[in-house]
Design a protein around this ligand. Structure first.
Ligand code: IPM
Ligand code: MG
Length: 372
């Protein structure tokens, strides 16, 4: 298969983790005889620095004319504590999601066997967890009207949804549940918010087309607690934009690190793949950023194009790296010598030579794996 991929590495650790994702894509291309070509483009703070626009037109044009977007991360501390900043890196990502109409953000969460004892939560609690969050991505409070009073002392953000915006992601969530454990949990705040009551109504109606899928409801405050108390009860969590943002960071604690959670943002025409984590500026250039979320986003990209065998090979490579503790310090307290780059090398190498199962850790550490 030939795929042209827009690569928007963005800010902070974005470039270094995306580089590992590309390395893995190249290994897949070479092993399975595909041609992946890349078009790099600026987004976020680096784009503001270069042309005062977090999503330059040239970048958007590239995204509109490629098969998929591989996104790194976005954000820079110099904007975080400046409430008066007119342009912000995050606006680039939000505009991109809106422009490509990427209304469904899919964030799989699982507990990995080899991390059960390392994760911050108790093993008995997280064991067997395997759920997917379907986060609405182009509506709600993120995109509603924003106001700031003239004297600067009052502000508001409108949370607005319409039937169509809810229906289209609801159907994707139900379809996904059909091939999983057949359960959708709608997370909302219907005891307080009108928009949540619309979600309940529309999702309940949509559920009628899926006899074999159970639908249940949780208020978001309770859901935040249940995710930590009993995460294995969930299969597909369906929720609006901001609740999904918050719950997915929380859910990453189950896996063991936010550096493990990948996502696919899907619309009717375009698709973008990105780690859920931010730009982690403190780690930039230190070789300590975990590239697995970016690499697992590649697996979602491959799945999206029907390359399921290739996607499985990537996931198996990730599991092998976890099993053999070829991990960055966020999930590896024993050593600080496994860098971002080496994790990428290991997984690319595993894809190319899966039969060579015994890895010489000395070679991994000194960087002498047989890598392209
Ligand atoms: C995410 C991020 C973004 C969001 C930021 C960077 C705008 O937190 O993808 O989860 O809030 O959607
Ligand atoms: Mg987030």
């Amino acid at each position: 298969m030939k795929l042209s991929i827009a690569v928007l590495s963005g800010d902070g650790i974005g470039p270094e983790v995306t580089q590992q994702a590309k390395k893995v894509l190249n290994a897949v291309a070479s092993k399975y005889d595909h041609t992946f070509t890349y078009k790099e483009a600026l987004v976020g703070a680096v784009a503001i620095d270069a042309c005062n626009d977090p999503l330059p037109k040239a970048t958007l044009d590239i995204c509109l004319n490629t098969d998929a977007v591989l996104f790194g991360s976005i954000g820079d501390p110099k904007y975080d504590n400046d409430p008066s900043a007119k342009v912000r890196p995050e606006q680039g990502l939000l505009k991109l999601r809106k422009s490509l109409d990427l209304f469904a953000n899919i964030r799989p969460v699982q507990a990995y066997a080899s991390l059960l004892d390392k994760a911050p939560l108790k093993k008995e609690i997280i064991e067997g967890t395997d759920f997917t969050i379907f986060r609405e991505l182009t509506g709600g409070i993120y995109f509603g009207a924003k106001e700031l009073s003239e004297d600067g002392n009052a502000a508001s953000d409108l949370c607005q949804y319409n039937r169509l915006e809810i229906e289209r992601i609801a159907h994707l969530a139900f379809k996904a549940a059909k091939s999983r454990k057949k359960k959708v949990t709608l997370v909302d705040k219907a005891n307080v918010l009108e928009s949540s009551r619309l979600w309940r109504k529309v999702v309940t109606e949509a559920s009628k087309a899926y006899d074999d899928v159970t639908l249940d409801f949780l208020f978001v405050d309770n859901a935040a607690m249940q995710i930590i108390l009993n995460p294995s009860q969930f299969d597909v969590i369906l929720t609006e934009n901001m609740f999904g943002d918050i719950l997915s960071d929380e859910s990453s604690v189950i896996s063991g690190s936010i550096g493990l959670l990948a996502s696919a943002s899907i619309g009717s025409k375009y698709a973008l793949f990105e780690p859920i984590h931010g730009s982690y500026p403190q780690a930039k250039g230190k070789g300590i950023a975990n590239p697995l979320a970016s690499i697992l986003s590649v697996a979602l990209l491959l799945d999206h194009f029907g390359l399921t065998e290739e996607a499985s090979a990537v996931r198996l490579g990730v599991e092998k790296s976890l099993d053999q503790n070829i991990c960055t310090p966020d999930i590896n307290s024993e050593t600080d010598t496994i860098t971002t780059d080496k994790v990428g090398d290991f997984i690319a190498d595993f894809i190319l030579y899966p039969e060579e199962n015994t890895i010489n850790m000395e070679n991994v550490r000194i960087g002498q794996l047989t890598i392209i």
